[in-house]
Design a protein around this ligand. Structure first.
Ligand code: PGA
Ligand code: ZN
Length: 436
């Protein structure tokens, strides 16, 4: 293992898909292997997340990351020098202790996740393994068998589109696809069809933060109607080949028992808002609903899960913030039946894995996810394959920071497929909460 000892750790400022600075960490091992990773950044951020440390002030609109970079180049580099990169758990534990805060606010969640992931990349390089295989081996999984099923944005809204519609993500899931590659093919067909429909209706206005079409709709429901039309226009059967998935990101327009739908000109209490969602679930082929209620509305989340959790996937993102303890509590309370796994919400790879393990133990589904502020970093795809996570969410099927992930999935698909099938097998249907 001496060849996986860390020689140097350095951070640099790079750019994300919103034109904001972010942290890249590069770790070099004694005998030359290197690993590199970049921290992503959210816009609809849960209050329980590891803190994305920004400098404030005038430079970079307050989004500077010099403090986080200095932390990596100083304290963190000192801490890691001479440590064994393949001992991820010990490294993450030391990083957490060095930071010393509950929300990683001293050194920065961005500094920590980039370091933790760079360490995994360096460890994989030292063993001459692709990251997905290295992660699988480290987790005691002999041979990853499938690619995660893609969940792909067609319209972006909420804080990713200036509040143009209240709902943040209108997505599709190719529930009938036979492979990872086919899921992407069908999704691209739907994306193009949706663009054509919007152009025909005079509503094409560019794209939102994650590459989905800018939602020039009069009502939230108009987006659902257009999505069904787009699936049909692509020659697919809604609900069989291709289903709808929503991320409401409800904390952005709701809280304290009130949900304010600006686009629909309505203010609803928790029960009535839930009722509205149940109505949509009955009338549209929706299989997954993320953050349906605000993160503080636990009772609402429990009631909603009780009402529809047998039929659809109820995903906690801001509500669970990739936290093992929160997942266990939600399972006890009967809130949610699936979790979004975002490494930068947890802050280290080890904590991310602990959240996934808690989800698996609770019988929850899991979706490994990118953020709205992204880069060319593809680590999450490797986590998905290596750890056997059954679903993957990275935004739309356009924009380089998104296609970087889908295309990495296609490359890995070739490596894990049988010789006669290079398309990437998908998890068994029984792996998905909506099919149980
Ligand atoms: P975020 O959006 O990265 O802005 O939090 C993604 C999501 O809510 O899933
Ligand atoms: Zn979300």
């Amino acid at each position: 293992m001496s060849n996986s000892k860390i020689k140097s750790t350095r951070a640099r400022r790079v750019w994300d898909s919103r034109g904001r600075p972010t942290v890249e960490v590069e770790i070099t091992l004694r005998y030359g292997a290197t690993g590199r990773a970049i921290a992503p950044a959210g816009a609809s951020v849960g209050t329980g997340e590891a803190l994305d440390l920004r400098d404030g002030g005038k430079a970079f609109g307050g989004f500077g990351v010099e403090t986080a970079i200095d932390a990596v180049n100083g304290e963190i580099a000192g801490l890691l020098k001479g440590r064994v990169a393949t001992d991820q758990a010990a490294i993450d534990k030391a990083l957490i202790a060095l930071d010393g805060t509950a929300n990683k606010s001293r050194l920065g969640g961005n500094a920590l996740i980039a370091t933790s992931l760079a360490c995994a990349h360096a460890g994989a390089a030292s063993e001459r393994l692709p990251l997905w295989r290295y992660l699988a081996t480290s987790a005691g999984i002999e041979e990853p068998k499938y690619l995660p099923l893609p969940e792909v944005q067609i319209f972006g809204g909420g804080v990713h589109a200036g509040g143009r519609v209240d709902i943040q993500d209108f997505m599709v899931i190719a529930t009938g696809a036979a492979s990872f590659a086919q899921a992407l093919e069908w999704t691209a067909d739907v994306y193009r069809a949706a663009g054509q429909l919007m152009a025909d209706d005079g509503k094409l206005q560019g794209v939102a933060d994650e590459g989905g079409f800018w939602p020039a709709f009069e009502r939230n429901e108009e987006a659902l109607e257009t999505l069904v039309r787009a699936i049909e226009a692509a020659g697919l059967e809604p609900g069989r080949d291709m289903a709808i998935s929503l991320d409401l990101a409800a904390s952005e327009f709701g809280g304290k028992g009130k949900y304010k739908l600006i686009r629909d000109g309505r203010e609803l209490n928790s029960d009535d808002w839930s009722g509205q969602l149940v109505d949509w679930i009955e009338r549209y082929p929706i299989v997954s609903v993320e953050d349906p209620l605000a993160e503080g509305d636990k009772e609402g989340m429990v009631r909603f899960t009780w009402a529809v959790g047998k039929k659809v996937q109820v995903v906690g993102d801001d509500f669970l913030v990739t936290g093992a303890e929160r997942i266990r509590a939600a399972a006890r309370d009967g809130a949610c039946n699936a979790v979004l796994i975002k490494p930068n919400q947890a802050g280290t790879l080890t904590e991310t894995k602990a959240a996934l393990d808690a989800a698996t133990k609770a019988g929850f589904g899991a979706i490994v996810s990118a953020r709205s502020g992204e880069t060319e970093d593809t680590s999450i795809v490797h986590l998905g394959v290596g750890w056997g996570i059954t679903q993957l969410k990275v935004g739309s099927i356009t924009r380089g920071e998104r296609t970087a992930k889908w295309n990495e999935g296609l490359r890995i698909a070739e490596a894990i497929s049988e010789d006669d099938d290079k398309d990437g097998p998908l998890p068994p249907v029984s792996a998905f909460p909506w099919a149980r």
